[in-house]
Design a protein around this ligand. Sequence first.
Ligand code: KIV
Length: 257
Amino acid sequence: MLSRKGSRPISMLTAYDCNTARTIDEAGIDMILVGDSLGNVMLGYENTLAVTVDDMIHHAKAVVRGSKEAFVVVDMPFMSYQTSVEDAVRNAGRIMKDTNCQAVKLEGGAEYADRIRAIVEAGIPVVAHIGLTPQSVNALGGYKVQGRGDEKAAKLLADAKAVCDAGAFAITLECVPEPLAKTVTEQVAALTIGIGAGRYTDGQVLVYQDMLGYTDGFTPKFVKKYADLHSVMLDAFRQYKEDVANRAFPEVGQTFK
Ligand code: KIV
């Protein structure tokens, strides 16, 4: 996985529990991300800021139990690495030791290169994450496309080079114009894994609830919906409610003699 640049595109999906990880793994998806999107899609928070290292470890352990082949990456949550290089190494080490995952991911560019370098020197593979970095949603002024305009595009490219030089083996590019993501992919040795970054990155990642249509809320433009799970579940739950009310469930076949 660490040297797949230029070969077939890499597929990655998020997972937060054992059963989903098992299904993703069975489908042959290359990588699983235990994202701190956990906060939004599993825990009902408005953003990712409240997610803790303990939350990540709890869910990542379940995901690792469910994955046989997939390469599992675990997000470092807000304030687990921003505070200092020491905190970054300590928390990355805890995540690796407790979960048995294969790599950690952290948000930020050149300003966090020292954290990435120290974690990599401790023997822990790192995925960087630049472009739209949800942990900085308040500083970015919302969930917007990043790297538009010459100056911002140059800064994003410089960030990609800095995290790659610091030792990140892959870079998540979130909500970046397609031509810029293509340039980054051509100019850095690290694998680029895009989400809302167009067609030319080395791989793609999506939040699994988004691509399954699991929630009925807002769906970002970059998501392709492969199913409408929300409707399937809603219909099943309504049918069950009706069956219970009408004594149509359980039937003889579901009872013990
Ligand atoms: O937390 C997450 O799910 C992520 C993806 C959006 C890449 O970081």
